[in-house]
Ligand binder design. Sequence first.
Ligand SMILES: Nc1ncnc2c1ncn2[C@@H]1O[C@H](COP(=O)(O)OP(=O)(O)OP(=O)(O)O)[C@@H](O)[C@H]1O
Ligand SMILES: [Mg+2]
Length: 615
Amino acid sequence: MTVELRRSTRCSSAPKSVGSLSADGRSQQLETSESRPERSFGRARQPCTSSSIKGPMADGRTSTSTLLDPRVFDVASVFDTFGVGIYCLDREARFTYMNPAGQALLGWPAEELLGEYAHDLIHHSRPDGSPLPREECAFYQAVRRGATRRELDDIFWRRDGCALPVVYTLAPLHADGQHAGAIVMFADESERRRDAELLRISTAQQAALAELGLRALGAGALQDLLDHAGASVAKQLDVEFSEVLELVDEEHGVQLVAGVGWRTGTVGAAHVGLDSDSQAGFALACDQPVIVKDWRAETRFQAPPLLSEHEVVSGAVVVIHGRDRPWGTEPWGVVGAHTRLPRTFTAEDIAFLQAVANTLALAIERGEAEQDLRQRNTEMTELAEQVSRLADERRRVMADTLDAEDRTREQISQLLHDEVLQSLLSARQDLAAARAQQNRRATDGAVARASDAVVQAIAELRNAVAALHPVTLAQGGLAAAVRATAEIYARRGGFEVTLDIASDTGGVRDQLIVSLARELLRNAAEHAQASHVTVTLHRTADEVVVEVADDGRGMDPGRPEEALARGHVGLASIAMRVEACGGRCHLTTRPGEGTRVQLALPAEEASSPAARPTT
Ligand SMILES: Nc1ncnc2c1ncn2[C@@H]1O[C@H](COP(=O)(O)OP(=O)(O)OP(=O)(O)O)[C@@H](O)[C@H]1O
Ligand SMILES: [Mg+2]
């Protein structure tokens, strides 16, 4: 629809078309009368214009509605009813008309505007307050040139000095085809721009919180996170000072551990007391945000030196929660924002601060939990090292014991060989001589028996000497040593022995294996009353297995413990030595069903074959 403005019939000359405004404000063509127009400012002065509406007809021609005949239609009365601001300018860009809505928006009464340059009154400065000369003003230039202009992001200055964000449309006015001025329609954009700004701020804060959250989840140092939080608070809330204060104790209050804006050396050093008249102390005590609008008018708290020295005027702090304790939640500290100019902290500002504080609280709690875990891990590691040291010690003691056992055996063997055996040999010598000198018949029986007994004793003693002496193991290998030992106890226990010794069982544990087999064979000889004993040695992928099984009388499975309580340590010492080197023991027995002891020792690098070739 096209609105055509015409001079009112009340004007001195005949009306001429003065222009048209489309309903959407885009196509505009205004005409003025030839005569100088009467100035019209709002309702106070009745305009001398009227309007009619031309609507496109079906055939494309334009007709003039008789209802809007310029003789009866008052265009200013139409403008006066518009909710948007409308004003007219002459070709020098001086006000000739301002509707009431425009007057209200700009705070200028119409009578003060009449004849004044629009640029000088409402468009003289840029949004940042710097002067905008006419020659640089696109708005002014458009009026002068008779150009059309549409601006979505501009400001008009109000009478009270405040900027009014506006969107406007400027259209030229013509008289007799000559440029005569301009008409401007403008609307208040403050609310929309405020909403857009709030949305921008909120989006930026959400992004900042998301980044802080990501950092809080990362493995970075807590101090880096606190520093980042301080910088983020200052940036997102657009404040000069931000702070992260950590609660130290009653005496030292809270310490400034991060933040921006403070004098060099303040962060990390400054403390704030926790008196009831301190803002941080109050926030911690009440566990709620505390806002100070203007410290100069504040009556609840005293500004701490940290704030007064930095000439802080406004500020807000919120609590960073700490760990849950049996007596309640213990606060960790506070996070805050402060300004040198009076500032109103909105609910959104406080919500942002609280979200930062909560993110920090989670990161701090997680950090402390990880610290605990690390501490426990360290303790466990130390404990494990201690256990390992003890195990080494035990192994060393075992080795020393075996060495001592070996030495003792060697000494006994040596003693038997050097003393007893030599005495028996000399006795055999004497008996042989006596047998030769004396009457063979009279003495034959006694001397011969004594001589045979001595020979027999010598043979047995040689066996014992060989079995006892470690050189048997060193020279004959594991199989020979076990066989020699088994034969001794077979004779002593009166049983038959079967040996099943694999050739790949020799290794660094030979000495231990011989010692264990000896202990088990001794038990078989002393307790089993067996007729047959089997000694088996074989190797699996990672173990050497020693088994001594007899067909004797067996025992109650609880018997070894009873015996140990009475000082019989044979089986217990076997178990201890096997476990000391990481092996396992298994005893299978029942009264009347024989006894089987199986020992599995971790195999280590073979150092010697089980059976060595004899030379
Ligand atoms: N092969 C076995 N047959 C029957 N009983 C056994 C056998 N081996 C051990 N025992 C029983 O288990 C007990 C514990 O044996 P262990 O070797 O620990 O002690 P010990 O032989 O009595 O004394 P120590 O070995 O200290 O000289 C023995 O006293 C015996 O009653
Ligand atoms: Mg024993």
